[in-house]
Design a protein around this ligand. Structure first.
Ligand SMILES: Nc1ncnc2c1ncn2[C@@H]1O[C@H](COP(=O)(O)OP(=O)(O)O)[C@@H](O)[C@H]1O
Ligand SMILES: [Mg+2]
Length: 206
């Protein structure tokens, strides 16, 4: 399956969720290719920061030709995960066109809900030629014991995309893992972050 993590808003957790879900799939024995479609190359930086053997292959492809090249690139892999770019619309369109499933991370703030408008529009445009494409919102960085998660879920209901039932919490281990090129389960094998990523991977991939 080809899954794109996308949202034109920066800092919502595209790279964090893409890499941790990719690593989780690898942990489950899948051969995983990560396509870094962000010109900033954060996923490539993550791979380079690691000092142990890689769990997944990361390649950089910040060009609007991903949808044309993905078939060839996917050969020899079970899953392809695309870490989407912020802003650049032609890259985002290509990352959508390449995907079977588009995952839209959103933070639990009204600004993020409004900003989702843009990516929802792009997904809607793609629907014309990607008839059976699926898409889903994932709430990222929920602060424990706040009601905002619920409010945001209600606000997101105005959009045609469903909301994943797995919610990702605000946890320091995500930033810690990122800095060392690790997945969260490599730091805390059965910690809360590893567990929620496991649930998200199952929800997305089955
Ligand atoms: N659930 C989380 N808990 C704590 N920090 C997070 C979480 N998700 C993302 N971050 C941090 O937020 C910043 C932006 O995340 P990133 O994945 O790079 O977003 P994007 O790829 O959408 O720009 C990074 O510093 C990352 O470590
Ligand atoms: Mg990113």
């Amino acid at each position: 399956m080809i899954v794109s993590f996308l949202n034109q808003k920066g800092g919502v957790g595209k790279t964090t969720l893409a890499l941790n879900v990719a690593a989780e799939r690898a942990r489950r024995g899948r051969r995983v290719l990560v396509v870094d479609a962000d010109p900033q190359g954060s996923a490539l930086d993550w791979a380079a920061a690691r000092d142990t053997p890689p769990l997944v292959t990361v390649i950089g492809l910040p060009r609007p030709t991903i949808h044309r090249e993905v078939g060839e690139l996917a050969r020899g892999y079970d899953d392809v995960i695309i870490d989407g770019p912020p802003r650049v619309t032609d890259l985002a369109r290509s990352a959508i066109a390449a995907a079977d499933l588009v995952v839209v991370p959103v933070q639990p703030s009204p600004y993020d809900v409004w900003a989702a408008d843009e990516v929802v529009k792009l997904i809607g445009e793609a629907a014309a030629f990607k008839g059976n494409q699926k898409s889903v919102f994932v709430i990222n960085r929920r602060i424990a014991k706040t009601a905002i998660g619920r409010d945001v879920a209600a606000a997101l209901a105005a959009y045609p995309l469903p909301l994943a039932s797995t919610v990702i919490g605000q946890r320091v281990v995500y930033a810690e893992a990122a800095a060392r090129g690790l997945a969260v389960f490599e730091i805390e094998e059965n910690g809360p972050a590893a567990q929620e990523i496991g649930l998200l991977a199952t929800e997305l991939f089955g």
